[in-house]
Design a protein around this ligand. Structure first.
Ligand SMILES: NC(=O)c1ccc[n+]([C@@H]2O[C@H](COP(=O)([O-])OP(=O)(O)OC[C@H]3O[C@@H](n4cnc5c(N)ncnc54)[C@H](OP(=O)(O)O)[C@@H]3O)[C@@H](O)[C@H]2O)c1
Length: 237
């Protein structure tokens, strides 16, 4: 498969290395030097590719989505920090009959963690003593805070508690690849669930899985959890 890389920072480079190791071809189609490019101009650069993978910056996401939709190129959107634009992004993809898979965290472990947290929330919500909270820590260069993963965790907890009561603390320091902790605190005890990314390789592996998956689908807007549903049911068989 020929994969267009939008953004060629830490994640873009990891995706490229892994894609090549799996026999895919890659091309870098935009970096910060192309910030002024219009969607139509970027779309013109996407000809000949089978799928695009975007790990860039939140400000560029609506342009990148529009470019891929214009080019009818399935897109893996890995960038975080653009949740407020989700409705607009969905409309753009649907209007053009294109395809998109997005997710705050492409690691398989983190996605299993989401499911554990959702189940824990179902249990703890039945006991009024317990109050939930979220803590996350990332490297100093991460721009968005709280992380997209922490926002996703908050969304899961908000099925049971008012969103404004769920405290989210963010730490930015050093080189931490990404740690997320969800706690349920009561007078007598506290329960902690934690996901700790050791490297960024897991994100790149998930992004490539998503690229193969969305390239085969070609139409529709999906969260990474749809791919997880399929993986889990295949492995249970
Ligand atoms: N979904 C997940 O699993 C996951 C995992 C890890 C990270 N992320 C997210 O992915 C994003 C990228 O992370 P990273 O660690 O790779 O960041 P990074 O190392 O800072 O790389 C960002 C890349 O985007 C490029 N860029 C900046 N402005 C651009 C624009 N207007 N158009 C196109 N490209 C542009 C930069 O260009 P230059 O090379 O010229 O600076 C750079 O190549 C962040 O939002 C991060 O939170 C998501």
């Amino acid at each position: 498969m020929k994969i267009a890389l939008i953004g060629y920072g830490r994640m873009g480079k990891l995706v490229q290395a892994r894609a090549r190791a799996q026999g895919h071809e890659t091309g870098i189609v935009a970096t910060s030097h192309d910030a002024e490019l219009t969607a139509a101009e970027l779309a013109a650069r996407l000809r000949g590719y089978a799928v695009a993978v975007d790990f860039s910056v939140a400000e560029a996401v609506t342009r990148n989505v529009e470019a891929c939709a214009l080019a009818r190129l399935p897109l893996v959107e890995g960038t975080t920090g653009w949740d407020a634009q989700l409705d607009q992004v969905r409309r753009t993809v649907e209007q053009h009959g294109s395809a998109l898979v997005y997710g705050a965290n492409f690691s398989i472990g983190a996605n299993l963690f989401f499911r554990l947290v959702a189940h824990a929330a179902d249990l703890f919500a039945a006991f009024a003593d317990y109050a939930p909270f979220i803590e996350e820590a990332h490297h100093a260069r991460k721009r968005d805070a709280p992380s997209g993963t922490a926002l996703k965790l908050r969304e899961l907890l908000a099925r049971h508690w008012p969103v404004e009561t769920i405290s989210v603390a963010a730490t930015r320091a050093g080189h931490i690849p990404g740690t997320h902790r969800v706690g349920f605190d009561a007078l007598d005890d506290q329960i902690l669930l934690q996901h700790e990314a050791r490297t960024r390789e897991g994100f790149a592996a998930g992004a490539l899985l998503a690229a193969e998956w969305i390239a085969a689908r070609r139409r529709g807007v999906y969260e990474f959890s749809a791919l997880m549903d399929q993986l889990i049911s295949e492995r249970r068989r």
